[in-house]
Design a protein around this ligand. Structure first.
Ligand SMILES: C[S@@+](CC[C@H](N)C(=O)[O-])C[C@H]1O[C@@H](n2cnc3c(N)ncnc32)[C@H](O)[C@@H]1O
Length: 283
């Protein structure tokens, strides 16, 4: 390579720290902390500091983040094999090359259609990567908050991409633990799911303190101290998120690593995961 085009370490550092003006790099954000756990580069010093404080309390947080992302991909592929071609992914996260919902869905069926929703401007800044749909399918991105389900369901990007008269899969992966009980997550879920037709699916993953209560309490405190509300839930509390009229499918609420693992996978100790996954279907 021509050395005139090589970047110095200082230039690389400046590029890595670049953020669009609407991104507040002075406060940590859950999407960027999670990106740090996954080994990504879309995070800033405040995020890394909050992430390191979490890792001090919960050293297994990186393993948990990877297991959660792997669960997302397995669940989407499973749904694709069941014939689902429409996905609404709320709490998308910063894209991970080749490991996003549309990548998994379109590997099974290229005509799959995906609508992504997140409230973090950094995800919006990366949305182009989420819009790299296979030409036979479609993807769209909505900058919105899960606290406003009606706005999400009425957004033109959603109604132009998904057919709400046909079954779809609603993904709420690693987002509901950012909704404490006072935010009424069951009401939000009911408002999101009421409009969906019979035969639709709901995929949830959710942090829990069931396996390692002491370190989980430390991890939750690290997030709250960083200004990010968080509430972990027990297996029974996660199961109780399944809305009325929906049935929890096999294998029930399981650690994400244990939920329909790929054949031959060695299952980790759930203590190293601390995150439940589940799949439900509307009757
Ligand atoms: C831990 S990441 C999970 C990303 C992805 N679902 C996964 O499991 O790999 C949580 C995501 O939820 C988003 N999020 C958190 N609170 C939200 C809210 N109130 N409305 C919309 N998105 C939210 C964050 O910006 C972040 O991208």
């Amino acid at each position: 390579m021509d050395s005139a085009f090589e970047r110095s370490p200082e230039q690389e550092a400046l590029i890595a720290e670049w953020a669009p003006p609407e991104v507040d790099t002075g406060r940590p954000h859950s999407a960027r902390i999670y990106n740090y756990f996954l080994g990504g580069k879309s995070n800033f010093p405040v995020d890394r500091e909050a992430a390191e404080k979490t890792l001090a309390a919960v050293p297994q947080a990186r393993t948990a983040a990877r297991a959660n992302r792997a669960f997302l991909l397995r669940a989407v592929e499973h749904l694709g094999r069941l014939g689902i071609r429409q996905f609404l992914d709320i709490g998308t996260g910063i894209p991970v090359e080749g490991r996003n919902t549309h990548d998994a869905a379109q590997r099974i069926a290229p005509d799959s259609r995906v609508v992504y929703v997140d409230n973090d401007p950094i995800v919006l800044a990366h949305a182009r990567a989420l819009l790299s749909s296979h030409p036979d399918g479609a993807t769209a991105y909505i900058d919105a908050d899960v606290h406003d389900p009606d706005a999400i369901l009425a957004d033109a990007a959603l109604t132009e991409t998904l057919d709400l008269e046909r079954p779809l899969a609603l993904l709420l992966i690693a987002i509901l633990h950012f909704l404490p009980d006072e935010d009424k997550p069951t009401d939000i879920l009911r408002r999101l799911t009421d409009r969906l037709p019979s035969g639709s699916y709901l995929v949830i993953s959710h942090l829990t303190g069931d396996f390692d209560p002491v370190s989980t309490t430390g991890g939750v405190a690290a997030y709250r101290n960083a200004g990010i509300p968080m509430q972990v839930r027990s297996r029974a509390e996660v199961a109780a998120l399944v809305p009325d009229g929906w049935e929890l499918l096999d294998p029930g609420v399981d650690p994400v690593s244990h939920w329909r693992p790929d054949p031959g996978t060695e299952l980790p100790d759930p203590v190293t995961i601390g995150c439940y996954g589940m799949l439900a279907r509307k009757r």
